[in-house]
Design a protein around this ligand. Structure first.
Ligand code: NDP
Ligand code: 8X3
Length: 252
């Protein structure tokens, strides 16, 4: 029977690239995100190209009721999840703390920390019942070094780093692997979302150097997911060559 991966935030960027890679490798998939049209299109493409089973579930990860409803009502055979990629996340704004928009803070905290927790609680229980599993959390270089005006986004990714360590300890007796991937700058819809649709400002983030692509990060996720059963990659920091740390990018 094919292995199963549940990928949150599969409607764009890193999550979508993971969906392609895991389908190519023969995984059946559960794909989530809020945009139903994108999930349906992706499922159709993957199903016709790779002939794998795909379940899609469109919900807002910030709602614990919606997370529980959509995950618990999946068919029983799709709950035999081997790999959970906790990828859904976002940044909103880039302002000094004294000018920060408190609604943006709520959105980042509710999505990046609480949403990840709601999904992890349900899926880790499935994995415990199944006696196996691997949780891969999308952290960020922003969780390792704070950059100017990154304040709350950086804090949410530092929380993911801490939760990654906590999950590994708690799930150790159950043989469940836990990994964090911490990328530097990846050119996706991330900056457009951060700057609320300002494409010009978003494009400037990636000017003058070669950022990571979503596919580069998906490759790293596939690498950690495909190690032998006795090998776990605890953490991986994956940077563009031109980026030394969160705040230092060499633009030639
Ligand atoms: P994208 O904006 O391209 O994709 C983000 C995904 O998250 C989308 O599929 C989006 O789906 C989903 N998402 C956002 N909010 C919600 C929500 N409330 N409920 C459900 N799904 C949601 O960004 P990336 O691919 O770059 O980001 C993926 C992850 O990687 C994030 O956790 C991000 O913090 C992290 N990361 C990104 C880096 C970068 O430079 N791009 C670097 C380091 C880490 P939809 O809008 O359909 O809901
Ligand atoms: C996304 C990378 O440096 O733009 O996590 O915050 S950064």
């Amino acid at each position: 029977m094919a292995k199963i991966a549940l990928i949150t935030g599969a409607t764009a960027g890193i999550g979508e690239a993971c969906a392609h890679l895991f389908a190519r490798e023969g995984y059946d998939l559960i794909l989530t995100g809020r945009r139903q049209d994108r999930l349906d299109q992706l499922a159709q493409n993957l199903n016709s190209t790779y002939n794998v089973r795909i379940a899609v579930a469109a919900f807002d990860i910030r709602s614990k009721e919606h997370v529980a409803h959509h995950l618990e009502t999946l068919p029983a055979e799709m709950k035999l999840v081997d790999v959970l990629v906790n990828n859904a996340g976002l940044s909103q704004g880039l302002d000094p703390i004294q000018n920060g928009n408190t609604d943006d803070w709520d959105t980042m905290i509710d999505t990046n920390i609480k949403g990840l927790l709601y999904v992890s609680k349900i899926v880790s229980n499935w994995m415990i019942t199944n006696g196996k599993g691997h949780i891969i959390n999308l952290g960020s270089i922003a969780g390792k070094n704070v950059y100017t005006n990154g304040n709350v986004y950086c804090a949410t990714k530092a929380a993911v780093d801490a939760l990654n360590q906590g999950m590994r300890l708690d799930l150790l007796p159950h043989g469940i692997k836990v990994t964090a991937i911490h990328p530097g700058a990846v050119e996706t819809e991330f900056s457009e979302v951060r700057f609320k649709g300002d494409k010009e400002r978003a494009e400037k983030v990636y000017e003058g150097f070669t950022p990571l692509s979503a596919e580069d990060v998906a490759d790293a996720i596939w690498y950690v997911a495909s190690r032998p059963a006795h090998v776990n990659v605890n953490d991986m920091l994956l940077m563009p060559t031109a980026q030394a740390n969160a705040g230092t990018i060499f633009r030639g």
